[in-house]
Design a binder for this molecule. Sequence first.
Ligand code: NAP
Ligand code: GDD
Length: 349
Amino acid sequence: MAQLKKKIALIFGITGQDGSYLAELLLKKNYIIHGVKRRSSSANTERIDHLFDSVNFSNKRIFIHYGDISDGTSTLNIINKIKPDEIYNLAAQSHVRVSFDIPEYTADITALGALRILEAIRILNLKKTKYYQASSSEMYGLVKNKKSLNELTPFHPRSVYGVSKVFAYHTAVHYREAYGIFASNGILFNHESPRRGPTFVTKKIVQGLTRIKKGIQKKLTLGNLYAVRDWGHAKDYAISMWKILQYKKPDDWVIATNKENTVKKFLNATAKKLSIDIIWKGSGIKEKGIDRKTGRTIVDIDPKYFRPSEVDFLKGSYSKAKKYLKWKPSISTNELIEDMIKYELSKID
Ligand code: NAP
Ligand code: GDD
């Protein structure tokens, strides 16, 4: 019997949180994986080291290439060399707060980076290559009705990160309509994991409170405690990316849990799991979380973590993905917190 040809995937952003889970998933599905890594002074492959020999940058089914989506020529050359069946564009300057400090850079990577990849697919006339765009719930931004958001909800971004993601979203739709490219958007709501970058709020909270519990950190300093987010687990969301590209036609999909929590609720739930009893006192930037046992302030607020314009509310309806992709989240926020705590404890013990 003829052996089925292995599918080839190219992941931009393979060293990131989502890239690492997606690479794991695709390896299990017997893909050959190519990943693009940008040059940095340290290896920066911690999230994928377990998948291959990081010294030689290869094993039998995973290959890493130096590249950068700010560089159109190298991006086109990599795509031309590999001619992948599927391209996942997960590469971005992905931090919303940082996009207020480096807006031009953010737009270059997060907006134009997507355009450069799509242009390469078009110029190379890769009719069979499917493209996944890592779109974001940040595109919704200023939400008028605090109800579940879906594929039809209008966008009103509140940061250059959000604006750049709207550009990339519409560029994917445009290349689909104008050139017939199989380009799909996954509009993913916040998703976290033990591999989350340390300056995102969930990781900061779980890492901070675990260290406080173990006596190696005194205090956790945060910004807006009242923003509402819909937090899922990155492992579940990687599955949705793959499903989106296996669907019979290119389309746009909301991926979420349809559950809402404030930052403060997430923090209180984490504290409870660590048996830290917090009493809240004060309000605004004077609000403090006090450890009932010691009487010490363990959480305080610094205005530097506030954003010039905030996204107050994000909750997504994944009913379209459930109906057509048969995707639904399998890991609850509680289980997510437990997974993140377990990892932080393992780093300390
Ligand atoms: P992440 O951990 O910050 O990973 C971003 C990846 O992009 C990293 O591999 C990073 O490389 C790479 N990258 C950055 N600039 C690049 C450049 N110029 N050229 C090539 N690669 C570059 O983000 P994530 O949480 O995995 O998210 C993946 C994607 O989904 C991002 O596009 C993000 O904006 C989007 N998204 C995330 C969420 C979420 O809640 N996590 C929700 C919706 C959408 P380094 O490792 O070298 O930094
Ligand atoms: N990062 C951070 N640090 N956020 C804080 C802090 C803090 O100390 N204190 C409060 N927050 C609030 C932010 O103001 C925001 O309302 C919320 O916590 C979540 O912030 P982040 O974890 O930084 O995530 P985000 O929602 O801004 O962006 C993430 O999700 C998007 C999808 O909606 C990122 O992963 C984006 O790349 C992604 O597109």
